[in-house]
Design a binder for this molecule. Sequence first.
Ligand code: ADP
Ligand code: MG
Length: 261
Amino acid sequence: MKPISIANTSQQNPDRKAPLSIRGLTVSYGQSPAVFSVDAEFPQGAMTAIIGPNGAGKSTLLKASLGILRPLSGRVTVHGRALTDQRHRIAYVPQRASVDWDFPTMVLDVVLMGLSRDLGLLRPVRARHRQHALDCLDRVGMADFADRQIGQLSGGQQQRVFLARALAQGADLYLLDEPFAGVDAATEKAIIAVLKTLNAEGKTVIAVHHDLSTVADYFNRVLILNIRKIAEGPVAEAFTDSNLQTAYGGRLATAQMGATG
Ligand code: ADP
Ligand code: MG
């Protein structure tokens, strides 16, 4: 058989232009790695669920992708470029429990934080900034709460506000850590609708997700993680019983019932 001689550069360099590409990522907090030697590709316009059992390194992988954690080894590129130049293109919605609002902050101001790159620290907030923040709140159904204190909102309402802050940033890559954890059903619907709209606009969405029963409905790709990468790819190919068994082992039964992970 004649060898194929035409070089397919996108196959040779699959990470060249991907919104997010991870190569050989190892992250450790102490003795043993939390994430070990992971290669992962998040293609343009994909909507990817990162799944895996509790302690699998899902949050760690997101934080290392954002440069919040320094990896032991490996490389993260954003649109083929070093993370440091591109950090502003990534919007991050952290796990809700990790944010403790013990000082009074108005909802609108939380959303305006998403504009900090445009605003700078010392520039005044203008009417058009406020309007933009309000529009973002409107997209998540929270416009009526603009002048409430964030700490007084329910968990689901807070999560919508954090999503509005991410929207305000105008990023093209969205990283969310368990956006549906501990939110009410209406909020879950509102959030997935916004994420699907972003995705339809060509944005790349990556979310740590713990409810295996909604993976196929909400996402078109998965990254299955248990310290190492178990599998990645389109849901139809990678989200298999065998891969889930490898990742979750005996915990699969509870994971499928929607236990947190
Ligand atoms: P997941 O999000 O998949 O549940 P994490 O990324 O939060 O997993 O954690 C992966 C592993 O790293 C766990 O064993 C966890 O205990 C550990 N870990 C996470 N954060 C820290 C930290 N700040 N210091 C020490 N160990 C940590
Ligand atoms: Mg986590």
